[in-house]
Ligand binder design. Sequence first.
Ligand SMILES: [Zn+2]
Length: 200
Amino acid sequence: MKCDNTMWLSKLILDASDNNWCTNISCTTCGCFPFKEELAKILKSKAVRFSFSHMQPELIEEENQILLDGLRQLGDGNSLGDTKKHSRTIMLLVYICWHNYSDKNSRMKMQESLKDTLSGDILDKMILHYISSTVSRIEYDHWLSPNQVAFRRKKKKEEKQRKHLILMERQRIRSELWHNRYKISSDLYNDILKKKDEKI
Ligand SMILES: [Zn+2]
């Protein structure tokens, strides 16, 4: 298969949809093999050397550059029609490209190259998702750490003690009031009488 036109990637994406090829990044059943195989065929026809494995697609720089160019040339995804329908496939392609750029510099260049395109938007979302899930994982690990568990246990104990003290204090006041009720009522009575006297 020879694809020299600049729209080779949108053709592949539409083919994937027409043929119902699995493009689920995390699929462990088929590993998106039919789709990756087709991508491999196209890149092989375009690059000088080809290396591509089933589960872990490894592309040489030239192949990855072709894929990156393809992703950029998708632009706003007009040629795909309903872009939402194909976002999963684009996500997989972006992931393959990102994965093959292992160093920070190349990844930054990839982001720069895809700026203001559909693929770029999808890449940004994937990075954000990755960051937020990494942050929640770190937070969760921290929450589970022995120090944190001990800290929470201590706080819970302190809170229990505090509530207990408040309850005891309330009971003490209540019983004091009860014991002194005659005194209080007589004091009150005297007070009222006093006020009445003042009025006369
Ligand atoms: Zn699958």
